[in-house]
Design a protein around this ligand. Structure first.
Ligand code: ADP
Ligand code: MG
Length: 250
C-alpha cells in the first residue's frame, strides 16, 4: 500500500471562524495506482495535497505511508520523509536555472548527501528515460516547457518515491505537450510507479485509472475512470527511444 488515509480532517483556525477544509476523508492508494484528484476551487484539493506531500499535518485522522503514521511525526521527520520518499511535480516545474538538466535531477540526492558516481549515473539514466538523454548539459532556459517538466519528473524519481505527487503538472502546457507529459506518466505508471495528480481538467483526469472528486472537504466520488484514455504502445515506446537514438556525443 502506497498510502492509507483515514478520517483525515484539516481545520484552519482563523480569528473569527474555523475553516473545515477537510471533513473526514478516507481512502487507500495501492501501489501502482494512478489517481486524479478533482473538485471545484475551495473543495480542499491543495489541503489534501499538502497533507499527502507531508508539507502539513492533519488536525485529526491518520495518514500512513509505508510503516509510519505521518500524522504524528515531528517537523524534522516530516521534512526527512518528504526529501527521501515523495516525488513532487509542480505546475511551474521549479527547476534551478543555474543548473543543467542532469544537475537539476541530482538536487534531491545532493540534499540527502547521497550524490556519488553511482547516483550520478542513475540521474543520467533517468534523463534518458524521460527522453532527454541528448540534453544533459542544457539549462532550463534552453528547454521548452514540456522538456522542463520532463526534467522535473525525472527529478521526482531519484529518491524512489512512495508516489509521485503532481499538482496541475500540465497546467502551463499546450495540448500537444500535455499529451506528451501524460504519455510519460502512463509509461511510469506501467512500470509500477504510483501517481497522484491534482487537476481540474477532465481531459487530463481521463488518463488516470481512478478519480477522487472532493466537494466541500469531503469525498463526493471515488471511482474507477470510466472510458479511461490510454496512449498506444508505440507512443509510449518512443518516449525513451528518442533518448537512445540521440544519445551520441555532439
Ligand atoms: P482547493 O485547492 O480545492 O481550491 P483549498 O484546499 O486550497 O482548496 O481550500 C479549501 C478551503 O480551506 C477553502 O475554503 C480555503 O479558503 C481554506 N483554506 C485553505 N488554506 C487555508 C489557510 N492556510 N488558512 C485558512 N483557510 C484556508
Ligand atoms: Mg488549490
Amino acid at each position: 500500500m502506497a498510502a492509507r488515509v483515514r478520517e483525515l480532517q484539516k481545520h484552519y483556525v482563523l480569528k473569527s471562524e474555523t475553516v473545515r477544509a477537510l471533513r473526514g476523508v478516507s481512502f487507500d492508494v495501492p501501489e501502482g495506482d494512478y489517481v486524479a484528484i478533482m473538485g471545484a476551487s475551495g473543495s480542499g484539493k491543495s489541503t489534501l495535497l499538502n497533507l499527502l506531500g507531508c508539507l502539513d499535518r492533519p488536525t485529526s485522522g491518520s495518514f500512513v505511508l509505508g510503516a509510519d503514521d505521518v500524522a504524528t511525526m515531528t517537523d524534522d521527520e516530516l521534512s526527512q520523509i518528504r526529501a527521501s520518499r515523495i516525488g513532487f511535480v509542480f505546475q511551474s516545474y521549479n527547476l534551478i536555472p543555474q543548473l543543467t538538466v542532469v544537475e537539476n535531477i541530482e538536487v534531491p540526492l545532493y540534499y540527502m548527501g547521497q550524490l556519488n558516481n553511482k547516483s550520478r549515473k542513475r540521474c543520467k539514466q533517468l534523463a534518458g528515460m524521460v527522453g532527454l538523454g541528448d540534453r544533459l548539459d542544457h539549462r532550463p532556459t534552453q528547454l521548452s516547457g514540456g522538456q522542463q517538466q520532463r526534467v522535473a519528473i525525472a527529478r521526482s524519481l531519484v529518491n524512489d518515491p512512495y508516489f509521485i505527487l503532481a499538482d496541475e503538472a500540465t497546467g502551463n502546457l499546450d495540448s500537444v505537450t500535455t499529451e506528451e507529459i501524460l504519455a510519460l506518466f502512463q509509461m511510469l505508471n506501467d512500470q509500477g510507479r504510483t501517481i497522484i495528480m491534482v487537476t481540474h481538467e477532465d481531459e487530463v483526469s481521463q488518463h488516470a485509472k481512478r478519480m477522487i472528486r472532493l466537494k466541500d472537504g469531503e469525498i463526493q466520488i471515488d471511482q474507477k475512470t470510466e472510458d479511461r484514455q490510454t496512449f498506444p504502445d508505440d507512443v509510449i515506446a518512443k518516449i525513451s527511444m528518442d533518448a537512445d537514438t540521440s544519445a551520441q556525443p555532439v
